[in-house]
Design a protein around this ligand. Structure first.
Ligand code: AKB
Length: 316
């Protein structure tokens, strides 16, 4: 039996993670949301929900007390491209919000999962098979908040014993809730164009490799790291995890195996391209594999087949 609060439950990760947690655990799995992003359908009907604005510490504390929460999934964030435009809000959510979550967790003895990202790496990090422990000097607000968030989460573990854990997610691909404002979003949008028979205008240049992961693997990673025996941990905040690395040509070629007349042209977005150029081509996730048994189940082809099948049903 677990009592879990998911902050940001209606977002790209939250909408699938909350449902998965409800299918696995008894207890209260509370869908935290902000006004304007209310849960609907199954997410609303299958368990409790509550307004939880991450910038409001009291609201988090009240929900944690009311539902006897033992674990908080902190999924509130602005993604990389939008964070470059709304820098102050990105800091407020990413840092002040995380601080609120960690303070509530310290007082109420909760474990905390906060996703980090490949965005922690920058131009000076090794590009290929980027190691777990290496230079992290991003030049984006998103990356700055993610690096500082990793450090703050480790600090709360070392100083106060708060059970903080995290993974550095690559681009996440899902057919349920679309992402918004990320650099890797093209790898989701491309499937919608392919199914609709449209020419996809790719905002990322050919030859730009980034790590990616299919959402069922991402949800499993978030759950497995929180269930892992910490005796095996050398690291905590945060573990490199990956499933595949491709460039726009690679994913387009894979989609053409199933939709041979799919076409793509390029309309490169300079801001997203600059961010993508500063990120790794591929990650080394051997520490996650060794310390808590991480392994991905979906490769590019497995993900492509499943995305096309699920989106065909969804879009009719
Ligand atoms: C983004 O593109 O901003 C995110 C990420 C890789 O963290 N998907």
């Amino acid at each position: 039996m677990k009592n879990v609060l998911v902050i940001g439950s209606t977002g790209q990760i939250g909408s699938e993670l909350t449902m998965k947690l409800r299918s696995l655990y008894g207890g209260n799995i509370v869908a935290g949301y902000i006004p304007g992003s209310e849960p609907h359908g199954e997410l609303l009907e299958s368990g409790p929900s509550a307004i939880v604005d991450i910038t409001n510490e009291q609201q988090i504390a009240e929900t944690v007390s009311k539902y006897h929460i033992d674990t908080i999934y902190n999924l509130a964030a602005l993604l990389s491209a939008v964070a470059e435009i709304k820098t102050q809000l990105a800091w407020k959510i990413g840092m002040d919000g995380l601080f609120n979550v960690l303070e509530v967790a310290r007082e109420h003895h909760c474990a905390v999962f906060t996703p980090s990202s490949i965005g922690v790496f920058g131009d000076n990090s090794p590009k290929d098979k980027t190691p777990q422990d290496t230079i992290r000097n991003p030049r984006t607000m998103y990356g700055v908040t993610k690096v500082a968030g990793e450090l703050l989460s480790d600090y709360y573990f070392i100083r106060f014993g708060v059970d903080t854990r995290s993974v550095r997610f690559p681009g996440l691909i899902s057919h349920v809730t679309p992402p918004g404002g990320g650099t890797t979003d093209y790898a989701v949008d491309i499937f919608y164009s392919a199914i609709r028979g449209e020419v996809f205008e790719c905002p990322i240049a050919a030859g730009t490799y980034m790590d990616m992961m299919y959402m069922p693997d991402a949800v499993r990673a978030a759950i497995e790291i929180m269930e892992a025996d910490p005796a095996g941990f050398v690291h905590r905040n945060s573990f490199n995890v990956t499933a595949m690395s491709f460039d726009p040509e690679g994913i387009a070629a894979n989609i053409r195996k199933y939709i041979p007349d799919f076409r793509m042209s390029y309309q490169v977005d300079p801001m997203r391209q600059a961010i993508a150029d500063s990120w790794p081509n591929s990650l080394d996730d051997t520490c996650a594999r060794a310390e808590w048994g991480w392994h991905p189940e979906y490769d590019l082809d497995g993900m492509t087949q499943d995305m096309l099948e699920k989106l065909r049903l969804k879009l009719g």
